[in-house]
Every structure is written in C-alpha cells, then in structure tokens.
Design a protein around this ligand. Structure first.
Ligand SMILES: *Cc1c(COP(=O)(O)O)cnc(C)c1O
Length: 381
C-alpha cells in the first residue's frame, strides 16, 4: 500500500491522496447523513451502494461484506462447498484466494497459469481436476480477465462451480460483460489500494443467483433468519459492510470509469515505451478490457532492476515473489511442480500505477526502466 512517501523527483508506487481529495466533499456530506441517522451497520447507505454496485456489475444482486477474503469464503460456503471438497486456485495470486478455501473448510488445489498472461487457462484447470473438485476460483489478476467463455465452458464440462476473484478487476470486461458477472459469484475487495477502495476494509459478492444471494445475506449476519432478529438458522459469521464505508464507495464508484481510463492510458504509454525492451508486459487477452490494477512487467535480474529503479527514484513492488503453493501453510497441498508460476515469481515487477500519475512521472518510469534493463537478457527456459 501507499505507506512509503516519495520525495521530490521520486515516483511513488501508489498515491491515493488525489483520489481521496476528489471524493472528500461527497464523503463528508454522506458521513453527516450517517451521523444524523445513527445507522452505522447496514441501512440506507449500504443498500444504496449495493444497488449501484450490482447495476455497475450487470447483475441483480450485490452483498456488501467486511472484506474480499470474506467475500470468497461466503461465496464458497453459500454454495455448500466445504469439508471434503477441493477448490482449484491459480498458484499465481494473492494468498487470500487460497486462504478463503481453507476458511470454508475445503482444500485448495493449485493450478499453473498461462506464460503469456499469468492467468488461469482451461488447460491448467483440467490438469488440476480430481473427483473431489467442487469449484474453481478464476482470478482476474493485475486487472486483466482471461477468456471467460473458454473457462466457463471448461467448468461446465467438469460439472464444477466457477467463482470469480475480481478483487483486482473492478470494472474489467470480457466480451462487454463485467468482471464478476460470468461466474456463479463474483468476489470483490475494496481494500484502500484496489481500483475501488474504501477508507478501511470492505468487500462484496455479486451474483445472478437469488438463492445464493439470500444465503450469503443470512451467513454474513450471524446466520440470522430472514425477517427475524432472534432466530439463527445457520452458524454464520459477522461480515457486514458499514455505512461509513458504503458512503465512500458510492462516492468513488461515480469516478471509477474515469480512474480506470486514466490507468489505461498510463499502461498504454508503458507498453509503447517498453516495446522491444527486455521488460515484457503481460499480453493483452482478445475481447477483454483490462483495468490495470497493477502494471506488471517481466524482467531479467529482477532484484538488480528493482534496486536500480529505486536508485533512480522509481518505487516498485512484486506481485508475487512467492507463489501460493510455496507459502508455508500451503506446502502440504502442493503436488507437483507448477513451472510457469514458479518461474514468473522470480521475474515479475510491478511499476508505479495509479490514476493521477503525471505525464512527467510516466516519462520518468519509462526512461528509468529502459536504462535499468538495458543489456540484460532473459534466460532461456
Ligand atoms: C486483495 C485481494 C484479496 C483479498 O481481499 P481483502 O479485502 O484484503 O480480504 C483476494 N484476492 C485478490 C486477488 C486480492 O488482490
């Protein structure tokens, strides 16, 4: 996140302050309404955001929850997936994708990813299938969707549910359809650094399935039966969206398209400037519209390149240096090598990316990357 401050001449990895400034007035007005009503959990502001988010995602139902990890866990639990079930997750993702599977009581099974996009493919999914597979979580990593038609068809052939982890892809589309609307459930995080970020933790599940929406509504509120304050039908959890965050999210949603467009033009300039350089961006997926949550390139000698960029005032991060199946809690679920995920963990480097980057900042990053990778060669696999 944007904790580190960049000095003059420095390009920060992420700067949330300009986005915060843009919504400050709307947020203060909304917060005044919440303070006047005293309705801090649920209520009108939450219902308003849920309706707006469902509409934006082109689905009938959106359920606000406490964070993105809960969104994934509640989607799994709401689908009846738990002990005895396996859920396929790509090895190249944020650890929360796999963690949610464990929290639901199921077992994660790791799949490799495409060398072009670092996203799940139908072929990688099929290799990871077993008789116990109940679902696959497709992750729209870095803001980019894979070919959802092919993945939905593969899931259908296998007779498993397809859940979308859209925590990095607010507003992305495949064939004009929004991230989160193709699978049985789409799960979002509104962590502050995401494309749509709250002023704290928040998340949502979107779905076209009214029954699933009803079950998640019950599960997120202590299993409380619909229409009853005192009757609890399931052992649920506490994972509710609060009104103060809903106000922030509504205010920011009004700007999401413009902010995503700004990210897109930064990404386009990176692509143009780095064409034919050893810093290779992810290949675009035909028919998709990415929202560039992260600007990831694959570089040779990553640690040296990152150090050189830092020396030239350009902050970078790595998403992710350790693939999920190599993280300690997940070693026991790893069976067999996942060569693409393992190799890319050593090569990926995330360049600065946020909507309010100035032309000069983009220029500085392009020049610094060109200099840092000059003369370096990718090893042949
Ligand atoms: C951020 C993120 C999550 C988890 O969201 P939290 O709100 O931090 O729980 C899950 N999956 C991916 C791909 C993410 O980037």
């Amino acid at each position: 996140m944007s904790g580190r401050r960049a000095g003059k001449g420095q390009v920060p990895f992420l700067d949330l302050a300009p986005m915060t400034r843009e919504v400050k007035g709307a947020v203060e007005e909304g917060w005044a309404r919440v303070l006047a009503t005293g309705r801090f959990i649920g209520g009108e502001e939450v219902a308003r955001f849920e309706a707006a988010w469902a509409g934006y995602c082109q689905v009938p139902h959106a359920l606000g929850v406490a964070n993105g990890t809960d969104a994934l866990q509640l989607a799994l639990t709401g689908l009846g997936i738990g002990p005895g079930d396996e859920v396929i997750v790509p090895a190249n993702t944020f650890v929360a994708t796999a963690e949610a599977v464990l929290l639901a009581g199921a077992v994660p099974r790791f799949a490799d990813v495409s060398p072009q996009t670092l996203l799940l493919t139908p072929e990688c999914l099929e290799v990871a299938l077993t008789p116990r597979t109940a679902a696959v979580i497709v992750v729209h990593l870095y803001g980019q969707m894979p070919d959802m038609g092919a993945l939905c068809a593969a899931a259908e052939r296998a007779g498993i549910a397809l859940i979308e982890d859209a925590a990095q892809a607010h507003g992305a589309t495949w064939q004009g359809r929004r991230a989160g609307s193709s699978g049985v459930a789409g799960c979002f995080s509104f962590y502050p650094g995401k494309n749509l970020g709250a002023f704290g933790d928040a998340g949502a599940v979107v779905t076209t399935d009214a029954g699933l929406a009803d079950r998640i509504r019950v599960l997120r509120d202590h299993g409380r039966a619909a229409g009853s304050h005192y009757r609890h039908e399931f052992a649920g959890t506490n994972s509710r969206l609060d009104a103060l965050q809903a106000v922030v999210l509504s205010a920011k949603l009004a700007r999401l398209e413009a902010w995503n467009a700004a990210r897109r033009s930064v990404a386009a300039r990176y692509h143009a400037a780095l064409a034919d350089s050893p810093a290779r961006p992810m290949a675009p997926v035909p028919g998709t519209w990415g929202v560039h949550h992260l600007a990831v390139v694959r570089v040779p000698a990553r640690e040296q390149v990152a150090a050189d960029l830092a020396a030239m005032g350009v902050q970078t991060q790595v998403h992710y240096p350790i693939p999920c199946h190599r993280q300690v809690p997940y070693l026991r679920f790893a069976d067999g090598p996942l060569p693409v995920a393992e190799r890319c963990a050593d090569e990926v480097l995330s360049l600065p990316m946020f909507p309010h980057m100035t032309d000069d900042q983009v220029e500085q990053v392009c020049a610094a990357v060109a200099k840092a990778v000059a003369g370096k060669e990718h090893q042949v696999a």
